[in-house]
Design a protein around this ligand. Structure first.
Ligand code: NDP
Length: 342
């Protein structure tokens, strides 16, 4: 496979943003971090507008000295660059309903996740730029790394080049929020969404299932709930393993384990042919994700996901997950060892 192109600060020209009106739709996790980074890089405060409903997020933006607009239509009409930083599931309703009819013909729309673009849930005019600048970190890290003078991993792509200069603008946008400092990786909404959704819908479900079944087998073999919870995750050993994997290498980190553990892990992993897992991953990727089946189902559930109690389908899934032996045992252990866990 070809290597991805990596863009650095020297590839981007901030002059492209000079005099442009920047609008942030949303001042949450990513919005608050990216708006502050952008202002600290030198965009004047009077060229930044936070579009947000009148509530705590808007109050936070005002407290941080930003100009806030509650009327989305007014905000849309003046935007040269629009960052869409509200949750993915509400973007179609808010963006298509309140922004699309009022946006400039040559606006650059910046998304931080590929989902709604890949599944064509947002409406764009062919003259508009659509670019993805997608940090691979939560907002607090996007901000704290910037403050420390460091970069953060980020994907960048052009999804629609309406003006003919979408890539330079995407790179300027990446630089101004601090994303090209460590190198922004050229990607696409398709790639980003495939990786995100496959991890969410197949990789992590398998990991949850493997922990659940290992727990069940060991519990049946006589291990105590306390010992199991600590051994398997409360000691934070899995977190440490993944941290080492990120820092030193996915396989290299094994060298920190005992010889017996290294032998057991490598021998065990190489003996598993992975055929069933591969089939499951391929089926999820092609028949559930790329076919649009999941996205259609999720869109249908959208209203329910805002509801309280039993009517919310997510709450029903939590209820079922809480009935597993692993979850029930953990609840007992946490209640009993509350002091130890603080
Ligand atoms: P948040 O959940 O933090 O967004 C909160 C913001 O969205 C607030 O300003 C909130 O304002 C606004 N909002 C929520 N609901 C509505 C609504 N119905 N109408 C108008 N505004 C609304 O989002 P994130 O920052 O987590 O995500 C933003 C984008 O960034 C998404 O595309 C996400 O995939 C992407 N992303 C997120 C990452 C993360 O770490 N969370 C990492 C990388 C990308 P109010 O409720 O006041 O209206």
């Amino acid at each position: 496979m070809p290597s991805a192109k990596i863009y650095y600060d020297s590839d981007a020209d901030l002059a492209l943003l000079s005099g442009k009106q920047i609008v942030f739709l949303g001042f949450g996790n990513q919005g608050a971090a990216q708006a502050q980074n952008l202002r600290d890089t030198g965009i004047p405060n009077d060229k930044i507008l936070i579009a947000n409903r009148a509530d705590a997020y808007a109050d936070d933006a005002k407290a941080k000295g930003f100009i806030v607009e509650h009327d989305f239509e007014k905000a849309a009409a003046i935007a040269d660059v629009l960052f869409v930083l509200i949750p993915d599931q509400v973007q179609p309703k808010v963006f298509n309903g309140s922004f699309v009819p009022h946006l400039k013909e040559n606006v650059t729309i910046v998304i931080a996740s590929g989902y709604n673009v890949l599944f064509k849930l947002l409406e764009f005019k062919s003259t508009q730029n659509v670019v993805m600048v997608a940090p691979r970190m939560i907002g607090s890290s996007v901000r704290s790394l910037y403050v420390k003078g460091k970069g953060f991993p980020c994907f960048v792509s052009v999804e629609q080049d309406g003006t003919g200069n979408a890539l330079p603008v995407a790179l300027a946008v990446s630089k101004v929020i601090g994303a090209t400092k460590a190198g922004a990786i050229s990607s696409s909404a398709r790639e980003e969404t495939m990786m995100d959704l496959l991890a969410e819908q197949a990789l992590w479900p398998n990991i949850i299932m493997l922990f659940r079944e290992a727990f069940n087998v060991l519990q049946k073999a006589g291990c105590s709930d306390e010992a199991l919870c600590y051994e398997m995750w409360m000691s934070k050993e899995p977190a440490e393993i993944f941290e080492r994997a990120a820092e030193e290498g996915f396989i290299t980190q094994l060298k920190h384990h005992s010889t017996c553990s290294q032998f057991g892990q490598l021998r065990g992993a190489l003996a598993l042919d992975g055929v069933a897992a591969r089939k499951h991953f391929e089926d999820t990727l092609y028949n559930q994700i790329l076919s649009g089946k999941f996205s259609a189902e999720f869109s249908r559930l959208e209203d329910g996901l805002e509801k309280e109690g039993d009517e919310n389908p997510l709450n029903e899934l939590y209820r079922r997950a809480d009935e597993t032996e692993l979850a029930k045992a953990e609840k007992r252990v946490r209640a009993r060892l509350a002091g130890l866990l603080q």
